[in-house]
Write a protein that binds this ligand. Sequence first.
Ligand SMILES: [Fe+2]
Length: 328
Amino acid sequence: MTGDNSNRLTLTTEQIAFFKDNGYLVLRDVLDRNLCAQARDRMWDSLPEGSRLKRDDLETHYAPFPDHETSDDPLYIRRNERWHLREASTEQFLIDLIYSPDLCNVAEQLLGEGLLQPPVPDGEPMGSRGPAWPGGPTDPAIGDGVRGFYWTLPDRSKTSNVDTAHTDGHPFNLGVIGVLNDVPEDGGAFTVWPGSHRRLYPTFQLQYDQPRIPYYDHMPSLKGIINPPEYDAELKAIKEDTDAVVCHGKEGDVVLWHHRLAHMAGNNNSDIIRQVVLNDFNRKDLDTCRLDPPQTNMWRDWSSEVNDTAVSYSVEFARDQGITSKVD
Ligand SMILES: [Fe+2]
């Protein structure tokens, strides 16, 4: 960022210490409320005419989307409980919302000053080139903007969380989730496994990428991201020995998260649509850094402030971040 940063949001040493140790950090009341409202309007306006979902009628907000409203277009996904919109990901208002001066200041504090790769207004939205492989997910690394809207409808057919814990397979540095509405604890906002980034980072062949198997029509049984056995074993151990934290919150809150953190969206067992927007903060030198294997110092590509911060924070701070079981 350039210009006067003195009034911008700045992390405390304790917040940085918590992020280093746990791989995530919840920040309250960060997003511009007018832009949050604009974002919600944009999402609702994107529904097809005559949609079963009526904004003012909560009883219509439940999954699944009816068949005739279902879409697998990566720019606009409506299927079962998932409602994603990526065609807006290079629109200026959305960039202003989730690539704001405050969030950029925080991201620069973590990743290094002057190193952020900015989104391109009116550029190519994520998902424009289709899924990463036939029937596969969209690659969030292809596109000029932010990741876009990831909403989840309440699902009355499910009573518990389906385990979809994972790390993201595309190269990026720092994730951020912006909460656009008040999401209750059972609303599926964002589930994380604290400390998993430190345990999973060394299990990969490369610092940022996860290798992919090509897709062949005549040999379809092996395709897409392939995980090292060390990763699978460590993720299994993490899920057994670490209590997950369900990050939830109010309109305007954000969650920052490390690129190797185990996470999942979680099932929405509430009565309210989970309304969030996602973005990746990337360093300009990511293409160079991604050539390297995991480093002895896993914070090599982070700021000197992060590197110099000792991992020390209070029990009260950890509790405020949702950790109740692990108190050192
Ligand atoms: Fe993910």
